[in-house]
Write a protein that binds this ligand. Sequence first.
Ligand SMILES: *Cc1c(COP(=O)(O)O)cnc(C)c1O
Length: 361
Amino acid sequence: MKRVYNFSAGPAVLPEEVLKEAAAEMLDYQGTGMSVMEMSHRSKTFEGILNEAEQDLRDLMGIPDSYKVLFLQGGAHLQFAMIPMNLMKNRSADYIVTGQWAKKAYNEAAIYGKANKIASSEDETFSYIPDCSDLPVSPDADYVYICENNTIYGTKFHTLPNTKGKLLVSDVSSCFLSEPVDVTKYGLLYGGVQKNIGPAGMVIAVIREDLITGDTLPGTPTYMKYKIHADAGSLYNTPNAYCIYMCGKVFKWLKKMGGLEAMKARNEEKASILYDFLDESRLFRGTVRKEDRSLMNVPFVTGSADLDAAFVKAAAEAGLVNLKGHRSVGGMRASIYNAMPLEGVKALVEFMRKFEEEHHV
Ligand SMILES: *Cc1c(COP(=O)(O)O)cnc(C)c1O
């Protein structure tokens, strides 16, 4: 068996320890004689798995009792619609468009009401985060929406926008659990787990309890009401049980690693090794404004599409895979989520250095 260093943006690398544990429990989960995949979601055993996963997540993020944790299906994309359907009471919401994911959410919201684009960084290919200290927040806006870490472009909000008292809604898919957060600053934060937590197929939403009302836009399908899922404890219908189990294991791994403070330190160390190299390299350069750089997704280019392609190919042959940039931006992107070991980033930088020398620059 040979494992590679997988820099995929998602689905992405998982902690090896967690995969091994899951493998060991595959045929017989804790004496039940069956896999978690084969188990009733209404069983005592699964109830334990679900409750423990939720409690561990609450411990890690310091989620107050006044917030509900929901394990939902449909990916981040379904949230693009579920958010306006549940929260757009005045049929007006403000969107800060910092990349494709925010743009998709903005376009989806426009189906249900007035979606106001109050800031954007599209003028410079989303390579920066706009100044959000004094935005023209709409008086009737039900919420202000951001995508906190822009997976494709490699930018991150290091300061949350000044929403002028409006509810903040945030897509944290690609920075979930990468550093500590103050949950009380958000009305709702949510993320697909396939970036930084577990296998694909689930979203975790952390939502302030008073926002969960039965009062949704007319025509909202039952399944798309937060209240249905909150009242049923994420068991309204059959959940993605195996994914919940895997996420639970990752939460335990994160706790063992020292929690989110420790992950932040580790992530900063990894990112700075790569960014420091990019800043001094004669061949490669980062594409993002320095102060807005993400700790999780690091896009870079050589300036030549041919050389980029040659690099991606040679890197893959050396066991450094999925370094091709998103199809909309080209170049390279290294996603260095929680589960990417320090050695993986060191190996990447080593390889980049060698490639640079071989190309005589
Ligand atoms: C990947 C990603 C999405 C889309 O997730 P799906 O689960 O495929 O719907 C949305 N937002 C961000 C920030 C992402 O990284």
